[in-house]
Design a protein around this ligand. Structure first.
Ligand code: KIV
Length: 268
């Protein structure tokens, strides 16, 4: 069944957990969709996870469109959300609407995600008023890594806690249909989830959110990169890949591959 934006809101109301995973291309989107995921996020983590950038900051709008289009071709039922890259929505409301619109018009996304709370409330409102559903993202916001001084847990201490609660309320009031809570204490995530009406989707935010998201490559163990402690690795595809290629190398070198079964005959 096709997952829509209203269906995601309904899941929170009905107490059904929402699942989201990143995908940046056709095969990973197809795997996620076949597994029955609710939301596929073409995250700007494409920058550090598959493009080899040191952070998400260098990711461009054109790269976002390119990867979202590829993921769209692999997805059937999941809601497809494109992550707006750094500086694609901060400069002006007009640019924010235009870049969000590109994700729908050119790449078949059904919603966009952007980082920030109260500070970006007007932007969320403007994009939503153009009938483009917006997923917000508060707590640890990787595009602010330099301002934050690193990838650190947020919402510890009364002031930070109050600010995050206010951020969650501001993005809801601005029209966001859901909000990602990244790297915050579980108790704060519970308080936010109980206070606002839109679904919260946690990453490193404990079990009390309306749903959970992980980066695909972390979940299936497809990279060697160091992952945060909240990541659960469900497979070791990197290890399996290295082993398979090692076997290929050895079989080619020894002449075992290709054998009869993997060689065309002159006649059928
Ligand atoms: O880009 C991304 O992968 C994300 C998720 C971690 C939520 O924003």
């Amino acid at each position: 069944m096709k997952i829509t934006v209203p269906a995601i809101a309904k899941m929170k109301a009905e107490g059904r957990k929402i699942t989201m995973v990143t995908a940046y291309d056709f095969p990973t989107a197809a795997i996620a969709d076949a597994a029955g995921i609710d939301i596929i996020l073409v995250g700007d983590s494409v920058g550090n996870v598959v493009l080899g950038y040191p952070s998400t900051i260098p990711v461009t709008m054109d790269e976002t469109i390119h990867h979202t289009r590829a993921a769209a071709r692999g997805r059937k039922n999941a809601l497809l959300v494109a992550d707006l890259p750094f500086l694609s929505y901060q400069v002006s409301l007009e640019e924010a609407i235009r870049n969000s619109g590109r994700c729908l018009k050119e790449a078949e996304a059904e919603a966009v995600k952007l980082e920030g709370g109260e500070r970006v409330a007007r932007t969320i409102e403007a994009i939503s008023n153009a009938d483009i559903p917006v997923m917000a993202h508060i707590g640890l916001t990787p595009q602010s890594v330099h301002a934050l001084g690193g990838y650190r847990v947020q919402g510890r201490g009364d002031e930070s806690r109050r600010r995050l609660l206010a951020d969650a309320q501001a993005v809801e009031a601005a029209g966001a249909f859901s909000v990602v809570l990244e790297a915050i204490p579980g108790e704060l995530a519970r308080e936010i989830t109980e206070t606002i009406h839109i679904p919260t989707i946690g990453i490193g935010a404990g079990p009390h959110c309306s749903g959970q998201v992980l980066v695909f490559h972390d979940l299936v163990g497809l990279s060697e990169r160091k992952v945060p402690s909240f990541v659960k690795k469900y497979a070791d595809l990197y290890g399996a890949g290295v082993k398979a290629v090692q076997q290929f190398v050895s079989e080619v070198q020894s002449g075992k591959f290709p054998d009869e079964a993997h060689t065309y005959k002159s006649e059928k």
